[in-house]
Design a protein around this ligand. Sequence first.
Ligand code: NAP
Length: 283
Amino acid sequence: MLLDGAATAAQIREELKPRVQRLREAGIVPKLSVLIIGDDPASHTYVRMKAKACRGVGIESETFALPHDTTQQEAEELIARLNADESVHGILVQHPVPKHLDEIRLLNHLSPDKDVDGISPASLGALVAGVAKFVSCTPLGIVELLDRYHIPIEGQRAVVVGRSIILGKPLALLLLQRNATVTVCHTRTRDLPSVTREADILVAACGRAELITGDMIRPGAVVVDAGYNRVEGRSGDVGDVHFESASQVASYITPVPGGVGPMTIAMLLSNTVRAAEMRLRTQ
Ligand code: NAP
C-alpha cells in the first residue's frame, strides 16, 4: 500500500489554515524568512516551493537570495538581524551553502526559538536531550506520515540507511524516542542487505539512486524512501529505493515523488505556525 505523502501533506496544510487564521485575528502574521546563498538551481526551486506552500496556508514568507560570494560575516549579520526582528517567527538557511562558508557556524547563530528547520547544533542537542522545540522537517515528516497511517513504531526494529545531520541522525533519534529499536547504516556498514532485511521499518536516506532493492527488504516491512536523486537519462527524481522490486515485498511504501518530499514542506509550515503560536503565548 502506498504511503501517500502528497495527500497527507495536503490534509496537514488544511489543518494549519484555521490556526493561521486564529493567529492573524490575534494580530500575529506567521512569517518565515529564508536565506539562500549562491545560485544552485535545485536549491532555488526548493525555496520557491517552500514560499508557495507558505502562501497557500497564509504564512508570510520572505526570501533573501544572497550572492555566491557572500562572506561569513555578512550571512551571520543577516541572521542576527532576523533573530532580532519581532515580525519573523521562523528562519531557514537553505542547505547546502557555498563551500567557503562554515555552515555549522552559521546555524549556530540561529535563535533556537526561530530554528523551524531544527538543524542548528542547539536544536539537535535538544533533540538528543528529548527537549527539542523544533525537529528537522524531513525526519519529522517521516514520523508524522507513519503516525497518520497508524503504523506502530514502538517495539519495531527500525533501520535507517544514512547518518546525515539533517536526516539520518535526527530520524534515528526520533524513532528511538518513540521506542523503536534503531540501527543506523552508513558507507562503512558491512553487509548492508543483511541489516536492512531485519527491519520492520526501513528508511532509505542515503542519496544513492535505487540502492535499496526488493531482495534487501523483509516481506511485509514498511519502506520509507527519503531520496531525491537526479539521474542522467531519466526524467524526474529517482528515490533511494528501487520502487518496482521493493513494492512487491513491502507492506507500505512511499513513492518518489509524492512521499517524503511534500511531508518535509508540510512540517516546515507546521513548525513555523508553532513558532508563531509560541510567540503569541509569551506576549
Ligand atoms: P548525505 O548528507 O549525502 O548523507 C548520505 C548518508 O548516506 C551518509 O551518512 C552516507 O554514509 C550514507 N550512504 C551513502 N551511500 C551509502 C551506501 N552505499 N550504503 C550505506 N550508506 C550510504 O545525504 P542527505 O542530505 O541525508 O540526503 C539523503 C537523501 O535524502 C538524498 O537523496 C537527498 O536528496 C534526500 N533528501 C530529501 C529531502 C526531502 O525533503 N525529501 C530532504 C533532505 C534530503 P557516510 O556517513 O558513511 O558517508
